[in-house]
Design a protein around this ligand. Structure first.
Ligand code: NAP
Length: 239
């Protein structure tokens, strides 16, 4: 059995990544924070080849309890693919932004990355094989107005990707990031698609399966010499 964990696997990009990793032969641990029905739907879509794992990535005690529990139940096995995908938006101009909205976004993306990766990294190093893929954003490369919190969090995740990649490359653990532009999920609900797509050279939003294909490649043995990279997937929006 080979195991992969996808944070925020219940919906959107995370769900498509679960499906991709399942196609690649993984048992998928589907993390979610509150939407159990959606997580169950993801599990059904992968034919039950996985398990649900509820925790808030921002809550260190909850992450550790869940993952240590899994390790105790699987003493001979380890999670060789980690996709840090859980993320939220709390958009506002900085001048109006409440500290709680600043903090919630950084806690989920950056602390979430730390909490989960910190627990799963050591077994990857011991087994001398691992794949970590972080889902960042165009905002983290370019910065987008109304998203100083989100841009800071995703930009920080890019820097963490590059730093960690150099720490663990000798142990055959790769760490990469994907940076989607606008992708059809719940997260972009309410955005003015007709107007936004005028600026996208491909003239459309992307879909979660397109992002999952890229994540799947970076998570595969074929990507063994790619590490510390940030790959944009945005229909040509950013070059
Ligand atoms: P989505 O449809 O809103 O799904 C978000 C997922 O994250 C859900 O599975 C949700 O779980 C989970 N989640 C949120 N907070 C969590 C927490 N504290 N702990 C654990 N899980 C948590 O979002 P999406 O569009 O698929 O986005 C996935 C990732 O891609 C995010 O990191 C996002 O920033 C990034 N991204 C998205 C786009 C886009 O255009 N959609 C563009 C660039 C980057 P529940 O179902 O339990 O709520």
């Amino acid at each position: 059995m080979k195991y992969a964990l996808v944070t925020g696997g219940s919906r959107g990009i995370g769900r498509a990544v679960c499906q991709k990793l399942h196609q690649m032969g993984y048992e998928v641990l589907i993390n979610y924070v509150s939407n159990q029905a959606a997580a169950e739907e993801t599990l059904a879509l992968i034919g039950g080849h996985g398990e649900l794992m509820q925790f808030d990535v921002a809550d260190e005690a909850a992450v550790t309890a869940a993952l240590d529990g899994w390790k105790a139940a699987h003493p001979e096995e380890y999670i060789e693919v980690l996709v840090n995908n859980a993320g939220i938006r709390r958009d506002n101009l900085l001048i109006w932004m409440e500290h709680a909205d600043w903090k919630a976004v950084l806690d989920t993306t950056l602390d979430g990355f730390y909490h989960v990766t910190h627990v799963l990294l050591q077994p990857m190093l011991l087994h001398k094989y691992g794949r970590i893929v972080n889902v960042t954003s165009l905002s983290g490369i370019k910065g987008l107005p109304g998203q100083t919190n989100y841009s800071a969090a995703k930009g920080g995740l890019i820097a963490a990707t590059k730093a960690l990649a150099q720490e663990v490359a000798r142990k055959k653990v790769t760490v990469n990031a994907v940076a989607p532009g606008f992708i059809h999920t719940d997260m972009v609900e309410g955005l003015d698609e007709a107007s936004l797509k005028k600026d996208i050279p491909a003239a459309r939003f992307g879909n979660p399966e397109e992002v999952a294909a890229l994540v799947g490649f970076l998570a595969s043995p074929d990507a063994s010499y790619i590490t510390g990279e940030v790959i944009s997937i945005n229909g040509g929006l950013y070059t």
